[in-house]
Write a protein that binds this ligand. Sequence first.
Ligand code: PLP
Length: 514
Amino acid sequence: MDIGHWTLDSEQFALQFRPQMSEPKPKLAPPFGDMNKEDFRRFGHELIDWVADYLERVEDLPVLAQIEPGDLQAQLPSTPPEKGEAMEAIIKDLDRLIVPALTHWSHPSFFAYFATSTSAPGIFGELLTAAFDNKSMLWRTSPASTELEEVTLDWLRQMMGLDAGLTGMIYDTASVSSMHAIAAAREGVELRIREEGMSGRKDLPLLRVYISEQAHSSIEKGVITLGLGQRALRKIPTDAEFCMDTKALAEAIEEDKQNGNVPFCVVATVGTTSTSSIDPVPEIVPICEKHSLWLHVDAAYAGSAAVVPELRNILAGCERADSVAVNPHKWLFTPFDLSVLYCRHMDLLRRAFSLVPEYLRTPEQEKVRSGSDYGVQLGRRFRALKLWMVIRYFGHEGLAARIREHCRLARLFASWVDADADWEMMAPVPLALVCFRACPQLSGVDAAAREGRLNVLNEAIMHGVNATGKALLSHTKLNDKLTLRLSVGNIRTEERHLQQVWHLLNEQLKLLKA
Ligand code: PLP
């Protein structure tokens, strides 16, 4: 067929002009087996294009889902489809139903909680993990997953400047990583809790875990899950900068011991959730060593920052910690979920969790590491792949440069706050989280009522900014003062996004003051 200077064979012609000739027949599942390979290629390409477009246009979408509870459910059938549906229809519903119900964590003006983001190599890693669908419970069920995990986590350990005595294991979240650390610590107490449990035992004293008042709630949940009870948790006050008061820690341990309780674990936080404050691990270490307590460091957020050479000192003291949790899914551009527990006593972790029934025995089991020996889960996702791809694609320098830039952007924003009499900083900015609030003159409000009014004002400012859909902030309370949190952590965030949110905040303040 000759069309001007092109020559097309009939198949090319059909491909080129199909949309104009007629709509293709919807593609349904075959009677048996999976989607045929032509359809897989077609929809696979289409979906990669869809994702590329999504990441390009996400900035134009409202960051916070603009729907009411139940809106999406009301649009979905309450019963499953009897017959398979066409992929075309399913893909269309991504735009029609799913996207409007998303809060867009990939939006560059997502500054709430801890801002995080995926990245292209991370997305490809997830795609491949789904394709391989390995359950890495034993070495032989996924040698690649097992061995890549060991190598990749050792790379990450080196990048973070942690010592070679720490061995990494991947879990889904920091909540689970920390819970496993506390379980290993408890196993080390030699109270036969694995064998005999904790209930109905008159011989068991009150076991104690120490955290600061600023520690993440996941530690308390871990303590509850392990059957230790909330009573086991002792919350230590913090200083003016929200860091654990080590004198109070030492006194609490002494007091507990005098009362016949058994302290066994201290959880220090490097990068607390409210303010990113850093507990003084080097001072906590000797206290733990004196009393033979397990020191777990929750560096879920801030640990990633240690890949920046000049920030490495945030993990000072970890060379004498028993375990450290860090979340590449928070600040290492790796899609959720991937948390790492670095542990110095893999024997205790294994003792706490290994249970190998006959049907899982393998000839090589003494020579290899099997993930299921080190945790609650049997099957484990092949998560190392995405981290391996992220580290290889960006390199240590590339990752450090991005985190360094986030810290610069946070400091820049903090400088605007500092320079404006209507705003004030509420905590130091060691990394890329800014805690601040509006503090304008309020005419006719006495000192006693002022704090309450500022709380209401700041909450209203936050909701006002969030309602614009152009940026998302979250809050915390520091010394009973409602505090706005702005976290920079998205790979696509630039200075102009900070300028925009600063403008939005001031617009809201003006509006609410009027
Ligand atoms: N620890 C800290 C310090 C955190 O900030 C968070 C979450 O923000 C967690 C633990 C819990 O993380 P995950 O969602 O991975 O369980």
